[in-house]
Design a protein around this ligand. Structure first.
Ligand SMILES: NC(=O)c1ccc[n+]([C@@H]2O[C@H](COP(=O)([O-])OP(=O)(O)OC[C@H]3O[C@@H](n4cnc5c(N)ncnc54)[C@H](OP(=O)(O)O)[C@@H]3O)[C@@H](O)[C@H]2O)c1
Length: 354
């Protein structure tokens, strides 16, 4: 692995990876430690575990305490958020101090709250990059490619297939369970996914569909989810239709369901994402397939952080698809980390609802 030499052209200072020993965070920590030796600190609520990795105890539900940790460390250049805080307090705490932020969160309300800190970031000379990961993240980048291929899409349909055999982290499963209770506003759609056949995917509130109308100017964007296991997908979304999963809003039910879902390992660890853009009779689709969505999410966060530290994006709050330097990230991951890219232009099977 290449060690990035800093102090010559890059930004000096340490990197605090919050959630740095979780499913996504451990990949971020390990990848960045390879590039920036001696500069990466994993953080989490388990102080002993964090310190074993050379890190610190932090809690994202306590923004004041988080600020004190940053002040005590004194030389943190960037905070990578690999766990979802309850509000924008942690991002504000970082940006006000001129500390950059990389956020892998996927909740529209929270991303909007951080985006509202744009002027705070500009004034402090700090940058926050949002929509970092697989979905949101790579879905946003593929959406941009498909959108450009049709000369500006009137509509984008994003499809995410997740491996139900992968050991997803507790916080990622909690997020999915919580959003099973959200109201459904679009119809399911059958979409061919390379290597997985044609799948029925169901509307799901990933933040990319919320962000892309603003960043790309596409009026209609819908993201849908399926699992690699067809029976599990059918069961899950049949249950959602009954309304029973609305109980997942209650913390106790949410904890029970999160535990139950984490115990299910019916499929494998392959994942796929696809972006279909349509405008009049034009259609373009871009897809990406790989293994281990937590691993790939962590890699995306590590590459974004490296770009930040080596003088990439301007101050302010940006979504990943707004940063030209990150447009080639899918190609980099394909060349270096075994994911596969697919261009499916003119594939009519993906173009229409059925
Ligand atoms: N953008 C994407 O494509 C994408 C993909 C996957 C996941 N995600 C998001 O990434 C997040 C992490 O997922 P994951 O699978 O890595 O979950 P995970 O394995 O549960 O990791 C969460 C980590 O955060 C720490 N943590 C939990 N609560 C904390 C708090 N209050 N303060 C500080 N640290 C805390 C945990 O350690 P302690 O419990 O010891 O504190 C753990 O290290 C989730 O929010 C998920 O939605 C995004």
């Amino acid at each position: 692995m290449t060690t990035v030499k800093t102090g010559e052209s890059g930004i000096a200072g340490r990197i605090l990876v919050v959630g740095g020993y979780g499913a996504v965070g451990e990949v971020v920590t390990a990848t960045l430690a390879g590039w920036f030796p001696g500069r990466v600190l994993p953080g989490g609520r388990d102080g002993a575990r964090a310190r074993r990795g050379g890190g610190v105890r932090v809690d994202v539900t306590d923004a004041d305490g988080f600020g004190q940790v940053l002040d005590g460390l004194g030389d943190v250049a960037v905070v990578v958020l690999c766990v979802e805080p309850p509000d924008s307090g942690i991002a504000r705490t970082c940006l006000e101090r001129g500390i950059h932020v990389v956020d892998i969160g996927a909740t529209p309300r929270l991303l909007d709250a951080v985006a509202a800190l744009h002027d705070t970031a500009v004034n402090a000379g700090a940058t926050a990059v949002l929509s970092v990961g697989v979905a949101p993240g790579l879905t946003n980048l593929l959406a941009r490619r498909a959108h450009e291929a049709v000369g500006g899409a009137a509509r984008l349909d994003l499809t995410v297939l997740l491996g139900s055999g992968e050991r997803h982290g507790a916080d990622a499963v909690r997020w999915t369970v919580e959003h099973l209770a959200d109201p459904v506003t679009a119809r399911p759609r059958r979409t061919p996914l390379p290597g997985h056949g044609t799948r029925t995917a169901h509307p799901f509130p990933f933040s990319d569909q919320h962000t892309l109308p603003g960043t790309l100017g596409v009026p209609q964007v819908t993201t849908r989810l399926c699992l690699d296991s067809r029976p599990l997908t059918a069961t899950l979304f049949a249950l959602r239709r009954t309304g029973l999963l609305r109980a997942a809003r209650r913390p106790r039910v949410q904890r029970l369901l999160t535990g139950a879902f984490r115990g299910v390992h019916l499929g494998g660890d392959a994942f796929a994402i696809r972006a279909d853009a349509t405008r009049d009779d034009r259609h373009a689709a871009r897809a990406l397939t790989g293994r281990g969505q937590s691993r790939v999410t962590g890699l995306v966060a590590a590459y974004v952080t490296r770009d930040l530290l080596t003088g990439g994006p301007p101050p302010g709050v940006h979504h990943i698809e707004q940063l030209p330097a990150l447009a080639d990230l899918p190609d980099t991951l394909a060349a270096e980390h075994g994911i596969t890219l697919h261009s499916l232009d003119g594939d009519p099977d993906g173009a229409a609802d059925r």
